[in-house]
Structure formats: structure tokens, C-alpha cells
Design a protein around this ligand. Structure first.
Ligand code: ZN
Length: 366
């Protein structure tokens, strides 16, 4: 038996909440994370049918991609459809957890899942996100440098791409004078002390800040630890919006559209005029990805596909790239499979089910 918090904490190690966009509302939307997790339904959206499903199974958690409360609620009035669903969930002690743009902003999330279905190789993020990492500088007596370094690595700092335990050390002299009431590890009160110290530098993701600082304070011998945390503007290829990769073999434009139709199970694809080129490099973004059209052009994609494109967007490639709209729901439909799969792998005895309902609110009259 796991508390719901265990499932949430696991999901947030895969897609930390700080990676969500400012406008988003990912995280626990409603419910008690301390309650026992008695099964979960995974869906793109919260609908009445999804709530019925969770109630029918006796489950205590619904995991959705799109947060049902997005812009705030001012009234709890059951006449409003979203509020009615929330009230039903509360009555049946079902928690709702949303994993939205934080899952969009990790390469193994929404977009990695789409790319895998397309068989794309050499995948990287289309629009890397800045501000995801911090730098820690600290000053440690040389005798304790290795111990502090180990503790900080243990807390998760020092990972860069396919490397971990990355750090930099430089030797120097630190000074301090212990004042009345202090209990210095070394040196005499009232006298300036000179100590051979190492300056240690590490990089770590924002969400690990408290555990990195806890590890630093626990391992550092000084009563008062000197350190600075520096925000970084670095961008990493695995964190950010959209994805871009290459097909194993170039494909004709019409063939790639047929491929999209079959993989994403859609009868209709809206696209810009054919360019006459074959398609090898493909950029993509699950959901509403119109803001990344120029990123795809800048990265020399032959095709960019997403959902929710408007009329004017189709003019933008101007013969340089094929642009396609496969539908918002269609582009994100595999997100539920991804979440179901990773939760099952981590918690093999926990009942997690992808919704059996078709929740796309957009219908096509063919
Ligand atoms: Zn979406």
C-alpha cells in the first residue's frame, strides 16, 4: 500500500514541477496526498466518463495531462461542469493530479513518446529552456573536501548530460574570526584564522536545491557554512519544449503524412503546401505548438507537426518546410500510455489503467 504522495513524488522525479510553464497549474489539483493510493486512472483530460471510471474501479487517483483547474476557481457551484466533476471526486475521495507542461519540457515525456512512435533518432529538444539549473560554490577545509564532494554528489548535484559527479575544485586560503558565542571547528575565538580551503563548484537542477543544501550542511565541518547559489542561463538538450530528430531513411512528403495518419489514428491532417523535398529531419510538439514554428525552421526541419495551428500559421514556412496539424488530442494521445507504463514499472503491484474512454472533445464530420 502506497500513499498517493509516493506516486506523485515518483512522477516529479521524472518531470519536476519547476519545469512547468508560468501559466500552468500542474501538481496535485485536488485531494489528499497522504491518503492510500488505491489504483489510478490516467487520461489526457478530466471528463465525467473518466470520473465514472475511477469511481467504478474504486480508485483513489486520477492522473491527467491537462489540469482541470487552470485559471482559478472563484465559486464551488455544481452547475459548472468542471466544478461538478471536482465535487464528485471529493465526495468519492479521489485525488486529481495534473502533469502538464513539466512533462512537455522533458525530452523523455510527451514529445519523446511521439518521437519513439515515429522512429526518430538523434532526438533533442526543439526549444531548450533556460533557468533549469543552479550553481553551488562552497568553501571547505582541504581535509574535508572529498567528504563534502561525495555528499553533494549523493544529493544529485554534478550531473551534466551523460556524465555525473562533475565538479571543479581550486585551492586557496580562507579567513574567519570567530566571535563571542561561536563554537569554531578550528581556530581561536577573537583571532583571525587562516585555513587551507578548497572552493568546490557544482551544477544541479533547481528542484534539488533543498536536498543539496541539506547534504552540504550535514557534511561540512564548519558551524557556519559559506556558500553561494548562482542562477544559470545554461540550456540543456533534454529540457525544453518540442523535439527534433531524424528518420532512419528520407521519406516523400505524402508518405510521411500517411505515416502520421496511421500512427496517430486520424483521418485528417491539415498541412502547408508541399515543398517538393524529401523528409528526413522532423520537428514536433505535442499539443498547441504554433509558438515553435520558427524554432523548427531555425533547426532546418523538413517537417514540423503539432496541434492547434491557425489559418495564418500555414503561411509561415513559405516553402522552406512542410507544416502539419494532426490535432491536439491526436498528438498527445500516447501521453496516457507513457504514464501508465512508467508507473507500472515503478509500482508493479499498483493498479494503474489508461482510460478506456475516448476523451477527444473535437469531432470530425467526414
Ligand atoms: Zn495538450
Amino acid at each position: 500500500m502506497h500513499p498517493i504522495a509516493d506516486i506523485i513524488n515518483f512522477l516529479e522525479t521524472l518531470a519536476p514541477l519547476h519545469l512547468q510553464e508560468e501559466y500552468d497549474n500542474s501538481g496535485l489539483v485536488c485531494g489528499d496526498a497522504g491518503a492510500v493510493a488505491q489504483g489510478a486512472i490516467v487520461a489526457l483530460d478530466l471528463t465525467e466518463e473518466v470520473v465514472d471510471e475511477a469511481i467504478g474501479h474504486g480508485f483513489s487517483l486520477i492522473i491527467v495531462h491537462h489540469p482541470p483547474i487552470f485559471k482559478g476557481l472563484k465559486k464551488i457551484d455544481a452547475k459548472d461542469p468542471v466544478t461538478r466533476m471536482l465535487l464528485r471526486c471529493i465526495q468519492h475521495e479521489i485525488a486529481i493530479y495534473a502533469i502538464h507542461t513539466n512533462l512537455d519540457n522533458v525530452i523523455w515525456g510527451v514529445n519523446g513518446e511521439i518521437a519513439a512512435r515515429m522512429g526518430l533518432k538523434h532526438l533533442q529538444v526543439l526549444a531548450p529552456k533556460a533557468g533549469t539549473h543552479l550553481q553551488l560554490n562552497t568553501y571547505v577545509p582541504s581535509s574535508h573536501a572529498e567528504m563534502v564532494k561525495n555528499a553533494i554528489f549523493e544529493a544529485g548535484a554534478g550531473a551534466i548530460g551523460l556524465y555525473n559527479e562533475c565538479s571543479f575544485s581550486s585551492q586557496g586560503e580562507g579567513t574567519f574570526k570567530a566571535l563571542e558565542g561561536a563554537n569554531p571547528f578550528i581556530g581561536e575565538k577573537g583571532l583571525r584564522h587562516l585555513e587551507q580551503e578548497q572552493k568546490l563548484e557544482f551544477i544541479f537542477p533547481v528542484h534539488l536545491q533543498s536536498q543539496v543544501l541539506m547534504a552540504l550542511n550535514a557534511a561540512h565541518p564548519y558551524e557556519t557554512v559559506a556558500y553561494n547559489i548562482v542562477p544559470l542561463e545554461n540550456q540543456f538538450h533534454e529540457l525544453g519544449a518540442g523535439a527534433i530528430g531524424t528518420l532512419p531513411e528520407p521519406v516523400a512528403e505524402k508518405d510521411v503524412l500517411s505515416m502520421l495518419k496511421s500512427i496517430f489514428k486520424t483521418g485528417i491532417i491539415r498541412h502547408s503546401p508541399f515543398t517538393g523535398k524529401t523528409i528526413k529531419t522532423i520537428a514536433l510538439c505535442g499539443g498547441s505548438g504554433k509558438s515553435l514554428i520558427y524554432n523548427a525552421l531555425g533547426m532546418k526541419a523538413d517537417l514540423y507537426f503539432t496541434g492547434d495551428l491557425g489559418y495564418h500559421d500555414f503561411f509561415l514556412p513559405a516553402g522552406r518546410m512542410l507544416l502539419a496539424d494532426i490535432g491536439h488530442f491526436e498528438s498527445e494521445q500516447f501521453t496516457s500510455d507513457l504514464l501508465e507504463r512508467v508507473i507500472k514499472e515503478k509500482f508493479p503491484t499498483f493498479a494503474v489503467l489508461k482510460t478506456g474512454r475516448y476523451t477527444n472533445p473535437v469531432n470530425y464530420f467526414l
